[in-house]
Ligand binder design. Structure first.
Ligand code: TPP
Length: 283
């Protein structure tokens, strides 16, 4: 990746974080912690990896993305707005009865959303079905599913993992946002799932590991996944829940809580400082 693309992706990820924070504050509800941890992953997927066209959101040959950890819709909606699927101003209607941006992704009403999700574990199963359909139809699109490390405590995830291996879905890539926290504490305390690499390997998957905030590493892993044959690939992305807002980082209390006005101003200022610096560097 050249320096220009790296700068552009870093700037876009910073915008995703800011827009997600604004949406959650405007709605006074929503899941900010996991939106901040997944921002870099979604940015690389939409702005480096996937073949999608905002002017033709349901094109049959497009790559598909299923945000299986659907509660982090603020980051998904922000990435889709920045990509041009709909105007950024509409994000103010997040979780509002006046708008159509539900708290969890809605494929009927929001352009660019490939699957309605929110019930953890189900998204990956739908994504496996999409990848299997691609194989049966001899299409060359790829399917991506983004999961949380709390989510993979759901048994259904492992049924989907078995099916993806059974059908040799090398057109399928799951990315796990391993931030170590879920709704009310550490994943290691709620239901330990490590070692994830060995689990996926034993389910017959290719396994890659990255720092989930290293844009270049995420892009390289996704590029590599597209070349791996015969089995599905999982990318285990180590992240920080609440990444980018000092007082939200590594705190499960920010899983599904909106900041108050004072907290919002502090968070906004931190994210704005990063944006401003990146914008200056780009000139
Ligand atoms: C089937 C199901 N059970 C419970 C929930 C409630 N819930 C929402 S988010 C969450 C924790 C998810 O943790 P993780 O996947 O690690 O998400 P992240 O930390 O990335 O936000 C839970 C239990 C749900 N949405 N679906």
């Amino acid at each position: 990746m050249d320096a220009k693309e790296l700068h552009s992706l870093t700037l876009t990820a910073a915008k995703v974080r800011s827009l997600a924070l604004d949406a959650v504050f405007a709605a006074s509800s929503g899941h900010i912690g996991g939106s901040l941890s997944v921002a870099d992953i979604l940015t690389v997927l939409y702005f480096h990896t996937m073949k999608v066209d905002p002017a033709d959101p349901t094109a049959p040959g497009r790559d598909r993305l299923v945000l299986s950890k659907g509660h982090t819709s603020p980051a998904l909606y922000a990435a889709l707005a920045l990509k041009g699927f709909f105007p950024q101003e509409e994000l103010k209607l997040f979780r509002s009865i006046q708008g159509h941006f539900s708290g969890h992704p809605d494929m009927v009403h929001v352009k660019g959303v490939d699957m309605s999700t929110g019930s953890l574990g189900q998204g990956i199963s739908a994504a496996v079905g999409m990848a299997l359909a691609g194989k049966l139809d001899k299409k060359d699109y790829r399917v991506y599913a983004v999961l949380g490390d709390g989510e993979i405590e759901e048994g259904q995830v492992w049924e989907a993992a078995m099916a993806a291996a059974k059908y040799h879905l090398d057109n399928f890539c799951a990315i796990v946002d391993v931030n170590g926290l879920q709704i009310d504490g550490a994943t290691a305390d709620v239901m330990p799932s490590e070692p994830l690499d060995k689990k996926f390997e034993s389910f017959n998957w290719h396994v890659l590991k990255v720092d989930g905030h290293d844009i270049e590493a995420i892009a390289a892993a996704l590029d590599k996944a597209a070349t791996l044959k015969d089995k599905p690939t999982v990318i285990l992305a180590k992240t920080v829940k609440g990444k980018g807002v000092s007082f939200m980082e590594n705190d499960a209390g920010w899983h599904g809580k909106a900041p108050n006005a004072e907290q919002y101003e502090k968070a906004r200022a931190e994210l704005a400082a990063v944006l401003e610096k990146l914008e200056k560097e780009g000139k």
